[in-house]
Design a protein around this ligand. Structure first.
Ligand code: SAM
Length: 226
């Protein structure tokens, strides 16, 4: 699916999120910067066209991973100086244990059918004490806001999206929104994958959420997995 939308993906994102995706990514990049030393190796998982990686690249050595060859080609053409771009799946990352100071992902969670498995892989490749930072669109918990959110994604956004992209591609994006567990459930999944201090920070009234968690230090990590 992402191979088909790669060309217009950034425009689609900007239009549907009313430009908020840019601010949300900046918040995620700041969380990665707060959790890592300058020059740290950071994995941008599901890097897409490279927008999140570009925000982290000035300070970190960013390796981008994506399943979509077309998305990787766009990331390669972008100005972001990636230290590497690799085609691979979130469920089987081709990296040694503890090889990154942090793993970041932007708008990828809702595409992953086995979130627990993906979180375990993210935890495995992150060094002890390092951070997992994941950003995604979520529904606000306030009932009235939730109704507005659902109405927006049910009617206005499809009309906007339809101007840019084929309707089935847009429908996939809407369906994938509904698949994501709630923020507290996602925190439970992060901790179930052996990560500590899982936290969900609502952004823009909870229409997006920034998830952060830490990889346990040596002995804590052994206790959690054994
Ligand atoms: C909605 S896009 C987000 C792209 C980018 N992170 C951003 O901030 O705009 C989701 C990306 O995740 C990738 N993706 C989906 N499933 C994946 C998987 N199992 N492993 C790695 N990447 C995946 C897609 O190819 C796509 O590029």
């Amino acid at each position: 699916m992402f191979d088909d939308v790669a060309e217009r993906y950034d425009l689609l994102n900007d239009v549907i999120s009313l430009g908020l995706d840019r601010w949300w990514r900046r918040v995620a990049a700041r969380a990665v910067a707060d959790a890592t030393a300058p020059g740290a190796r950071v994995l941008d998982l599901g890097c897409g066209t490279g927008r999140l990686g570009a925000l982290m690249a000035g300070r970190a050595r960013v390796v981008g991973v994506d399943v979509s060859q077309a998305m990787l080609a766009r990331a390669r053409d972008a100005a972001a100086p990636f230290a590497g771009l690799v085609q691979a799946s979130a469920f089987r990352l081709p990296f040694a244990d503890a090889s990154f100071g942090a793993v970041a992902s932007g708008f990828v969670l809702r595409n992953l059918e086995d979130l627990g498995g993906a979180f375990r892989e993210m935890a495995r490749v992150t060094a002890p004490g390092g951070a997992v930072v994941a950003l995604d669109i979520t529904g606000p918990s306030d009932r009235r806001l939730r109704r507005l959110f659902d109405a927006y994604f049910g009617t206005v956004a499809p009309a906007l999206g339809g101007l840019i992209e084929r309707r089935e591609a847009y429908c996939y994006l809407v369906r994938s929104l509904a698949q994501l567990p709630s923020p507290p459930e996602l925190c439970t999944l992060l901790e179930g994958a052996g990560l500590a201090a899982a936290h969900a920070r609502p952004l823009t009234w909870g229409t997006a959420t920034l998830f952060t968690a830490r990889v346990r230090q040596g002995t804590d990590r052994k206790k959690a997995s054994g």
